[in-house]
Design a protein around this ligand. Structure first.
Ligand code: NAP
Length: 305
C-alpha cells in the first residue's frame, strides 16, 4: 500500500513529489505519456521566479524531477487508465499494474485543444500541430500560421519566425488576448503578419496529403479566402485531462476538477493540483504552488487517518 500516488509530472506533480518526499511519504509518481508536462513543449520560460535570465522549459522540468528523486520520490513510466475508490483507499490501474494507495494527487494537466475540422486527425504530423518547439524546425523557409490570440499563440509565432519565411497569426477577433508585453512583441515582429477577425474553415492538402493551404472566413465581412501555409500551429487553449477518471470526481462545466476543501476533491483522500483543476491562472508557478498545497493537504489527511 502506497502512502501517496501522484499522477502526472508537470510542475504540479513534481512539486507535490518534492514536498511529499521531504515529508518522508516516499511518493510514487506515475509519469504518463508526456514526461514533464506542457513545459517540455515550450522554449524559454521567462517568468518562473528565480531565473532572471530565463530557463528552457525542458530544463526546468528535468531539474524538478531531479529534486524530487533526490528526496526519495519514485517514478514509474506508466499511464494511468483508471482510479477506483474503495472504502478506505484507492486502486490506481495503469496499462501494466494495479497499485493501492491511501491518497492520490491528480496532476494530469491539460492537453491542447483543436478546431474540430473534419480531416484534423489525419493531418496531425502532416502539417498540423500544437507544438512549435517540437515541429517548428521542420518548416524552414516556408509560410506557416498560428491560430489563436493568447500568450501561447504569440509565443509560438515568435519562435516560428526563426524558421518560417512568414508566420501568419490568425485570430478570430480584432485584438489579441495575450498579455501586453507578449502581444506587443509579436505585433512588432516583421515576420509575423496578423490576420484579424478570421477563422479557418478548412485545411487543404496537396497530393501527398500534407498541409498546403487553409481556407479562411472573415467573421466581420463573411468574405472567404485561401492562404498558403505548410503548417498550422494551433494555440487555442486546452482541455483538462480527466477522461481516465470516468466520472469519479466532480468537474466544473468545462471539465476541470472541482476542489472542495483546499486541494481536496469531493472524495476524501483524493486531491487535485495544477492545470487539471485550474482554468484561470494556468501558469507554471501557480501549478507548482498548487502541487505544494496538495502535498501538504495529503500529508495532513494521512496524519489524521
Ligand atoms: P488562452 O489565453 O485561453 O487563449 C486562447 C486563444 O485561442 C484566445 O485568443 C481565443 O480567442 C482563441 N480560441 C479559443 N477557441 C478558439 C476556437 N475554437 N477557434 C479560434 N480561436 C479560438 O490560451 P493560451 O494562450 O494557451 O494561454 C493559457 C494560459 O497560459 C494563459 O493564462 C497564459 O497567460 C498562459 N501562458 C503564458 C505564457 C508566458 O507567460 N510565457 C505562455 C503561454 C501561455 P478569444 O481571444 O476570442 O477568446
Amino acid at each position: 500500500m502506497e502512502n501517496l500516488i501522484i499522477i502526472g509530472t508537470g510542475c504540479a506533480g513534481w512539486t507535490a513529489a518534492i514536498y511529499s518526499a521531504r515529508a518522508n511519504l516516499a511518493p510514487l509518481v506515475l509519469a504518463g505519456s508526456q514526461l514533464g508536462g506542457q513545459l517540455t513543449t515550450t522554449t524559454e520560460v521567462e517568468n518562473f521566479p528565480g531565473f532572471p535570465e530565463g530557463i528552457q522549459g525542458p530544463d526546468l522540468m528535468m531539474r524538478m524531477q531531479e529534486q524530487a528523486e533526490k528526496f526519495g520520490a519514485r517514478i514509474a513510466y506508466e499511464e494511468v487508465v483508471e482510479v477506483t475508490r474503495l472504502p478506505d483507499h484507492f486502486l490506481v490501474r495503469t496499462g501494466e499494474k494495479t497499485y493501492e494507495a491511501q491518497t492520490v494527487i491528480l496532476a494530469t494537466g491539460a492537453s491542447p485543444r483543436h478546431l474540430g475540422l473534419p480531416n484534423e486527425r489525419e493531418l496531425i504530423g502532416h502539417g498540423l500541430t500544437s507544438c512549435a518547439t517540437c515541429d517548428g524546425a521542420f518548416y524552414r523557409d516556408v509560410p506557416v500560421c498560428v491560430v489563436g490570440g493568447g500568450d501561447s499563440a504569440c509565443e509560438e509565432a515568435g519562435f516560428l519566425t526563426r524558421f518560417a519565411s512568414r508566420v501568419y497569426l490568425i485570430h478570430r477577433r480584432g485584438e489579441l488576448r495575450a498579455s501586453k508585453i507578449m502581444a506587443e512583441r509579436a505585433l512588432a515582429n516583421p515576420k509575423i503578419t496578423p490576420v484579424w477577425n478570421s477563422h479557418i474553415t478548412a485545411y487543404l492538402t496537396d497530393e501527398q496529403g500534407e498541409m498546403a493551404k487553409v481556407r479562411l472566413q472573415n467573421l466581420v465581412t463573411g468574405a472567404e479566402s485561401e492562404l498558403e501555409v505548410r503548417c498550422v500551429f494551433v494555440a487555442i487553449g486546452h482541455v483538462p485531462n480527466t477522461r481516465f477518471l470516468n466520472g469519479l470526481v466532480e468537474l466544473d462545466e468545462n471539465g476541470y476538477i472541482l476542489q472542495q476543501r483546499g486541494t481536496m476533491t469531493n472524495i476524501p483522500g483524493l486531491f487535485a493540483a495544477g492545470d487539471v483543476a485550474d482554468h484561470i491562472y494556468r501558469q507554471a508557478v501557480t501549478a507548482a504552488g498548487s502541487g505544494c498545497a496538495a502535498a501538504l493537504d495529503a500529508e495532513r489527511y494521512l496524519a489524521g487517518h
